[in-house]
Design a protein around this ligand. Structure first.
Ligand code: ADP
Length: 483
């Protein structure tokens, strides 16, 4: 049984057209506690028919919403943030239960999620147009920005709140309506957020949440011509599929896909700082974020010293149920995630790598994995090519700057990269040479509402957050006036 201060936040129905609805088929799907495997709740297993209903409601609602002033839209967004803050402990608990991340991290995510709403409530007021110089004296050229219309968001389980608000807030601020299909593992956080938006006075149909069959709901969201934009965060494979499904209706797309983040630690790095940065980037959410360090390249002169310090830090992590005090590492999301981690370690060891600590399932069983450091990792191993998405730090050795940059760029992904160096020249030149959308210099934490989050290459399209993020939900309109 879940103990919340406000039990109304535990929803067993979806918000469609202003009504808390069950699936027409009557079917439900279970939501399980990531740490214990126990069922927490059932949510509706919705499909195409409910998705169509939501799209119709969104279309009607958006027509009204887009006529409101930015200030009045912002006012509702601010009320939503206030309610999220007031209920943050309940939201964090729901998130830890269904997603598994330690409660402290879940609390941090609620603040992070709220920051996007506040940010975009303010940005709404700065959606300005321009007057261009006409090419004849009797003309006037006006460029304005208008909301895209009905939008859809398909979101992952690793940030059950922030990946929703990072899409929903700019959409609503811009004057769009948005339909969210949360990940099947973490629908409760999404439904609770929708409940709070309803309480904040958001008119019905503007934010709708549909849980259920990903292929059916996603299929309709992509196929339906009324939906003008899809924003997706998830795996590159699913992103590729959704992009293809959106091609017939030429939808605007934002895709935040997989990463394969390199960390480059140069000989001149401050070891303590580098280890701190690696720990923050690699082991947050048990290694399950798309900006998590996936490959750690260490220059030969510092390799031994850095590995020793990293092992110490990793062995100090506390694995357990995210609800328990002091736990820093929750479970992985499911058995498949454990299998992938085991496969990558096994592959590396077979090809000559050495496990320095961990390397196996945690004694707690279930989906818990022991935080791991693997040394002597090379470019021919899976660690170099694929996103591990688990609590494993693979250490590669390099000699020259050029070699490190080549290794780092040798991937189809291009989301986040990190470097650790005290050399000012390297701090400028290496980020310039790295083919990534985001680079952290002497830090492992780079995401916030102010900065443009997003990748290049097969890590995605578009940017979220920042003053650029609202443009993804706006279309430019040019009006040529002949006087
Ligand atoms: P992961 O493997 O980490 O769960 P996915 O990319 O499969 O990553 O999932 C991210 C989101 O995409 C989830 O909400 C999931 O339900 C959704 N999803 C997965 N497959 C499809 C699909 N075929 N159509 C629409 N949504 C999908």
């Amino acid at each position: 049984m879940i103990n919340l201060k406000n039990n109304d936040l535990l929803r067993d129905a979806c918000l469609i057209a202003g009504e808390w609805s069950h699936a027409q088929s009557g079917k439900t799907m279970p939501v399980v506690n990531a740490a214990t495997g126990e069922k927490i709740a059932d949510v509706p297993l919705m499909a195409q028919v409910e998705t169509q209903r939501a799209i119709e409601a969104a279309e009607a609602a958006q027509k009204e919403w887009k006529t409101q002033t930015a200030a009045s839209r912002a006012k509702i967004l601010h009320s939503w943030v206030n309610l999220i803050q007031e209920n943050s402990e309940d939201l964090a608990r729901l998130m830890t239960l269904e997603g598994g991340k330690p409660l402290a991290e879940a609390r941090g995510e609620i603040n992070y999620a709220a920051s996007f709403i506040t940010w975009f409530a303010e940005e709404a007021k700065r959606v300005d147009g321009v007057l261009l110089q006409p090419t004849a004296a009797d003309q006037r050229f006006i460029v304005s920005k208008q909301p895209v219309g009905v939008c859809a968001a398909i979101t992952p389980w690793n940030f059950p709140a922030a990946m929703i608000t990072r899409k929903v807030a700019p959409a609503l601020a811009a004057g769009c309506a948005i339909i969210v299909k949360p990940a099947e593992q973490t629908p409760l956080t999404a439904l609770a957020l929708a409940k709070l938006a309803e309480l904040a006075g958001l008119p019905q149909g503007l934010l709708q949440v549909i849980t259920g069959d990903a292929k059916e709901i996603g299929g309709e969201l992509c196929r339906n011509a009324t939906v003008r934009k899809l924003s997706f965060t998830g795996s590159t494979d699913t992103g590729r599929l959704l992009m293809a499904q959106c091609a017939p209706t030429i939808k605007k797309l934002s895709l935040e896909l997989g990463g394969n983040a390199p960390v480059i630690v140069f000989d001149d790095a401050d070891i303590e700082l580098a280890v701190k940065g690696i720990m923050a980037s690699k082991f947050r959410n048990s290694g399950q974020t798309c900006v998590c360090a996936n490959r750690i390249y260490v220059q030969s002169g510092i390799y031994q010293a850095l590995s020793a310090e990293l092992v110490k830090a990793v062995e100090a992590l506390k694995v357990g149920n995210g609800m328990d005090d002091g736990v820093t590492q929750g479970p992985l999301i499911n058995a498949k995630a454990i299998e992938k981690v085991e496969l990558h370690i096994h592959d590396a060891v077979e090809k000559g790598a050495t496990v320095l600590t961990g390397g196996h399932k945690h004694a707690l069983g279930g989906n818990f994995f022991a935080p791991t450091v693997v040394a002597n990792v090379t470019q021919n191993m899976r660690f170099a090519k694929e996103e591990t998405f688990g609590p494993v730090a693979p250490l590669f050795k390099f000699e020259t700057d050029a070699e490190a940059v080549n290794y780092a760029n040798d991937t189809e992904f291009g989301l986040a990269a990190y470097i650790f160096t005290q050399d000012a020249k390297r701090q400028w030149l290496i980020p310039e040479a790295l083919e990534y959308g985001m680079v952290g210099v002497n830090t492992g934490l780079i995401s916030n509402e102010v900065a443009p989050f997003g990748g290049i290459k097969q890590s995605g399209l578009g940017r979220e957050g920042s003053r650029f993020g609202i443009d993804e939900y706006l279309e430019m309109k040019y009006v040529c006036v002949k006087l």
